[in-house]
Ligand binder design. Structure first.
Ligand code: PMP
Length: 363
């Protein structure tokens, strides 16, 4: 999507991630002047009508894309994913209660660790023993006393993803940071879900939280307002001075997402992922890290070179082909190509062509 911006590299980073060129263009213009207001988007007041319109429209777009009614509130909160790891148990896990966590990766595990500061946590299933290279099997029967069940829909670091999700068994909370809007989901199966913006939703600095209003009202502790969902909901995301620019970029991304449609984006994402996984299966020099095909992420494709000695050469080779951001996370090593919504098929074709050229050179 960055083809119209000269010198723009093919960027396949896991987040902050690539943004569509139309969004970059509009955002750059808004820095000079936003909607003929005589003000930069960086200057507009956070309690004025210009920003209120952005918030109102963003809320409608989120509900529309998720097929949700106004039973759900839409909040834009600071502090990233980790702040949600804190706020969820602070608000919804009482001292003597137990929350279930599906331990499918580093971020899922971190969420559980944060939870243990506020109540009891139970790992209902885990794939830690296989270094999260596969998804754990969710038990058919779960304890019925759980305050909530937390799951991570896409494991960004390991490249695994739940393509279908367990039916609602208790209060369901999901971290959808790295695959929100990458595929259609039954969002109404969740009581609360959240996503950091810096993948499919814009720029770092803000996290989208969508939750049943009824749930937000039932907090388990008296909390300072900044840590309390109900307080943020009451002030409609302007409790303090919010990251106006990051929310503005998310609004542009929501409009862009709506224009493409979730089903078209999903189809494109399936095509991009299939192209790369097929090449990883075929090419003699590489292999995909996730062996089980049904567990493979269509957002983050993790792979390695069969011979560790050529990894640096491949990295340099990609750099010379203008392909950047493919270094694997430090916990896993190897490579990771993130194929979020804004990455066009053409960029994946370029990566695959580079892998084929590399194969011819090094086989
Ligand atoms: N959840 C997931 C699925 C992530 O991929 C990440 C980071 N990329 C986080 C949570 C943590 O987000 P943050 O860095 O904003 O705390």
């Amino acid at each position: 999507m960055n083809e119209s911006i000269s010198n723009h590299k093919i960027y396949l980073g896991a987040g902050p991630a690539a943004l569509p060129s139309t969004v970059l263009q509009e955002a750059s213009e808004a820095i000079i002047e936003f909607q003929n207001s005589g003000l930069s988007i960086l200057e507009i007041p956070h309690r004025g009508s210009l920003f209120q319109n952005i918030l109102d429209e963003a809320k409608i777009l989120v509900r529309d894309l998720c097929n949700l009614t106004d039973e759900y509130d839409v909040l834009w909160l600071p502090g990233g994913g980790r702040m949600q790891f804190c706020m969820i148990p602070m608000n919804f896990l009482g001292d003597d209660e137990t929350a279930g966590y599906i331990d499918s990766g580093h971020w899922a595990h971190e969420a559980m660790k944060y939870g243990s500061h506020f109540g009891k946590t139970l790992s209902v299933c885990s794939s830690k023993n296989v270094d999260y290279s596969a998804l754990p099997a969710i038990p058919t029967s779960l304890p019925n006393h759980l305050a909530y069940l937390h799951l991570t829909t896409n494991n960004t670091i390991y490249g695994t993803q739940w393509h279908s999700l367990p039916p609602q068994k208790s209060t369901m909370i999901a971290d959808m940071s790295s695959d929100l809007f990458g595929l259609p989901r039954s969002f109404s199966n969740f009581d609360l879900f959240y996503a950091v913006a810096q993948k499919n939703l814009g720029a770092a600095g803000v996290t989208l939280v969508v939750a049943k209003k009824e749930m937000l009202a039932k907090t388990k502790r008296i909390l300072p307002p900044m840590l309390c969902y109900a307080a943020h909901a009451q002030k409609q995301s302007v409790l303090n001075t919010p990251p106006v620019y990051a929310i503005y970029i998310s609004w542009l991304m929501l409009k862009w997402t709506k224009l493409q449609s979730l089903s078209v984006l999903h189809e494109e994402n399936l095509k991009k992922a299939a192209l790369l996984y097929n090449e990883l299966e075929r090419n003699n020099l590489f292999y995909p890290l996730v062996a089980n095909k049904t567990d493979r992420s269509i957002m983050n494709v993790c792979f390695r070179t069969k011979d560790d000695n050529i990894a640096t050469e491949f990295s340099d080779f990609c750099f010379h082909h203008n392909i950047v951001g493919i270094k694997g996370h430090r916990r896993v090593g190897g490579f990771r190509a993130s194929l979020y919504n804004a990455t066009p098929l053409q960029n994946v074709q370029t990566l695959v062509a580079a892998m084929q050229e590399f194969e011819r050179k090094y086989s």
